[in-house]
Design a protein around this ligand. Structure first.
Ligand SMILES: C[S@@+](CC[C@H](N)C(=O)[O-])C[C@H]1O[C@@H](n2cnc3c(N)ncnc32)[C@H](O)[C@@H]1O
Length: 252
């Protein structure tokens, strides 16, 4: 019964939504309620339209064609590692567009795996032509090596600084900038680790900066972490194609 309620039912609903091409917002809220979440966790306290306006500064130029230039996520997976660790395509595109349209210059990804999302953010920095740097953190050296090779393959290697270690290690925190425009948090997905990462990194956001969490619908540790800190942030959560979800946090 619990499997049906928490897994199958929301997926059936998203499938119906995808087939009927309806706006998914109401479905996401219904799914949140089934998970027992606070309304705020998913419905957010910022309107999507207001969010878009805050991201798009002035009349936006065309963003890069991310899918055409980066290709499918499978090509980024480190040998022997699970391909499902790569973010969904909509997440890569969203991060690229966020970095591009928000004029971000300093970007940090916590948990980079093979560099699939990293490539979108690095391409956005390069295409925006404002300079900029992407810092990619992972505690597995082999993943950092694969990420760097993948970014070089796309002509993006010069924009990235790999940082090896755990996200909350003092040496890692010391190696990262203290003013960050976009943070993409995609590490253990556990509670309280994710909550502690939010609290450690959010004070580094530049004014108007964004902290993005993947799996804010699908991973219980991320859901719980966002719920725990929600009173301190404006939160906007999007549905993604595999119903994992992405949440964007901005300090109040
Ligand atoms: C889901 S994968 C990241 C996927 C990648 N962000 C993407 O969008 O394609 C999670 C990654 O986080 C790393 N990781 C997990 N916990 C970590 C931590 N506390 N500090 C640094 N890296 C961590 C793992 O080694 C793994 O590569």
């Amino acid at each position: 019964m619990s499997l049906f309620r928490h897994n199958i039912l929301p997926r059936l609903r998203l499938l119906r939504t995808a087939l009927s091409r309806r706006f998914v917002y109401a479905d996401v809220v219904a799914m949140a309620q089934e998970y027992g979440l606070d309304y705020r966790d998913l419905s957010a306290d910022v309107e999507p339209f207001g969010f878009v306006l805050s991201v798009a500064k002035g009349i936006p130029p065309d963003p890069p064609d991310f899918p055409a230039l980066i290709g499918p996520p499978e090509g980024f997976t480190p040998p022997g590692a699970p391909a499902r660790f790569n973010s969904e395509p909509s997440v890569g595109r969203f991060l690229g567009q966020l970095v591009f349209f928000s004029h971000a210059q300093t970007v940090v990804e916590l948990g980079c795996f093979g560099g699939w999302a990293s490539a979108h953010m690095a391409l956005a920095l390069k295409s925006a032509g404002r300079g900029g740097r992407l810092y990619c953190v992972d505690y597995i050296q082999e993943y950092l090596d694969v990420m760097l090779a993948n970014l070089r393959r796309h002509g993006l290697g010069d924009l990235v600084t790999p940082v090896r270690g755990m996200s909350l290690e003092p040496a890692v925190l010391a190696a990262l900038p203290t003013r960050i425009d976009v943070i993409f948090l995609d590490t253990s997905h556990a509670f309280p680790g994710t909550r502690d990462e939010i609290l450690a990194y959010a004070p580094r956001l530049s004014p108007g900066g964004f902290l993005v969490l993947h799996d804010s619908v699908g991973a219980s540790g991320v859901r719980r972490s966002v719920r725990d800190v929600a009173s301190r942030f404006k939160v906007l959560t999007f549905a993604t194609e595999q119903s994992n979800g992405v949440a964007v946090l901005q300090p109040r």
